[in-house]
Design a protein. Structure first.
Length: 415
């Protein structure tokens, strides 16, 4: 009922005119928005952070390569967040945004993939702090539309960003809150040799010409959305193959490592030595990427380890890892019967109305002669060496206030 109410309110709401304009959904929400603006108008100065870079060091005190940080940070549209967590959660947003940015800086995370950064205020705070420290940022991969809000995806890196792109999902669950957002998958390629000048990592010729292709996403929420999640990840798989195939001349496959990160909403919690069925099916659908948390830790160590509310929805995956089996032979990708090229707003909306439920969990992934096989592409990519991967479940902005309703996944690796 709350989701349907949010759907009605969002459709009737006036459209924002700029990225930083708040959504005024009703007179009552207007007062909440004004309060939020007053909170976010200050606080763009540096603040302290309790975490030190020592947390990212090996036992010998030497930084281990590259740090990838993926986190669902819970900056929902105002009405949705008030419904989900109450007005107090809005009051803490400016503090949480500053803390997240400061933590990224002090922990010296090199690649930052955030989800649920839907609002302009927290986004501006995070970008301001990171850009001050020399981070390259992509604040939004798409903007608010007449009926749909943005994807909520945010990216930052200490490396040069040499390519970026975004695919909006065709599949979405009707009348869910997600149906009103432009959820999709982002592609960012970074040159892992070209760091910003403020990075403390020493520059050397090792790693010159090496790239990290980081795909990240936030798939359909709700327990009832399993079929839609599978459809979205099938779209993602086709697009990943297409992107890597087309970009080979600019970024040779042999020197590019490929990741898929984000809140996949597929619970990978290990309990009683068993993993949930949907998680297993999604790994199978994606044709065997390695769950890097399970590469770095044993299943016994991960028993009961969650990233949110008793589940493990947040993941970092990679198809090639030193010491792990290669991707299984596979010669196809999902063929949806239409191109994934940009469409007009109305065309896209009409197709979403008519195709968002067209794919079920039983949809077969059929062969395509237009694309190279997944095995051919992924088995040529550059493997990574995993030093550690963990879920940080002890963070607090202030006593009793966590930075989000999700815990981040942090990967330490070298190429």
């Amino acid at each position: 009922k709350l989701q349907f109410l949010y759907f009605i309110v969002r459709v009737l709401a006036p459209q924002p005119q700029t990225m930083r304009t708040k959504m005024r959904l009703s007179d009552s929400v207007l007062s909440l928005t004004q309060d939020l603006e007053s909170l976010e108008s200050d606080g763009l100065t540096e603040s302290s952070c309790d975490w030190t870079v020592g947390d990212c060091l090996s036992p010998t005190g030497v930084a281990k390569g590259i740090h990838l940080y993926s986190h669902n940070v819970f900056f929902l549209p105002v009405v949705a967040q008030v419904i989900a967590a109450g007005y107090s959660s809005i009051q803490n947003d400016h503090t949480r945004a500053k803390w997240i940015a400061d933590n990224v800086i002090q922990r010296e995370f090199d690649i930052v993939c955030l989800q649920e950064v839907f609002r302009a205020g927290p986004r501006a705070i995070i970008s301001h702090r990171l850009q001050q420290e020399g981070y390259n940022t992509i604040d939004q991969f798409n903007t608010d539309g007449y009926l749909l809000i943005n994807s909520g995806l945010y990216f930052a890196s200490t490396f040069d960003i040499v390519h970026q792109d975004f695919l909006q999902f065709e599949a979405s669950q009707v009348f869910s809150s997600d149906y009103l957002s432009k959820k999709g998958i982002a592609c960012t390629i970074v040159d892992t040799w070209k760091r910003t000048s403020k990075s403390s990592e020493p520059q050397s010729d090792e790693g010159r010409g090496r790239y990290a292709a980081v795909f990240f996403t936030h798939t359909q929420a709700e327990d009832s959305g399993s079929a839609v999640r599978r459809a979205q990840l099938s779209e993602s798989l086709k697009w990943i193959i297409k992107k890597l195939s087309r970009l080979q001349k600019e970024f040779p496959i042999e020197t590019t490592s490929v990741f898929l990160a984000g809140d996949l909403n597929a619970d990978g919690l290990i309990k009683s030595a068993q993993t949930p069925e949907e998680y297993t099916s999604i790994i199978t659908l994606l044709k065997g990427p390695h769950d890097l948390l399970r590469v770095a830790k044993t299943d016994e160590q991960l028993e009961g380890v969650s990233s949110n509310s008793g589940g493990r929805l947040d993941h970092i995956l990679a198809w090639r890892v030193h010491g792990q089996p290669a991707t299984p032979t596979y010669t196809s990708s999902c063929d949806w019967g239409f191109d994934l090229e940009p469409q007009s707003r109305w065309s896209s909306w009409w197709r979403r109305l008519n195709t968002n439920m067209m794919c079920s969990a039983d949809t077969a992934i059929e062969s395509s002669n237009k694309l190279e096989s997944l095995a051919d592409i992924m088995n040529k990519t550059h493997p990574i060496k995993v030093h550690d991967c963990d879920i940080e479940d002890h963070w607090e902005v202030t006593p009793g206030i966590p930075p989000s309703d999700h815990h981040p996944v942090i990967l330490q690796f070298t190429l």
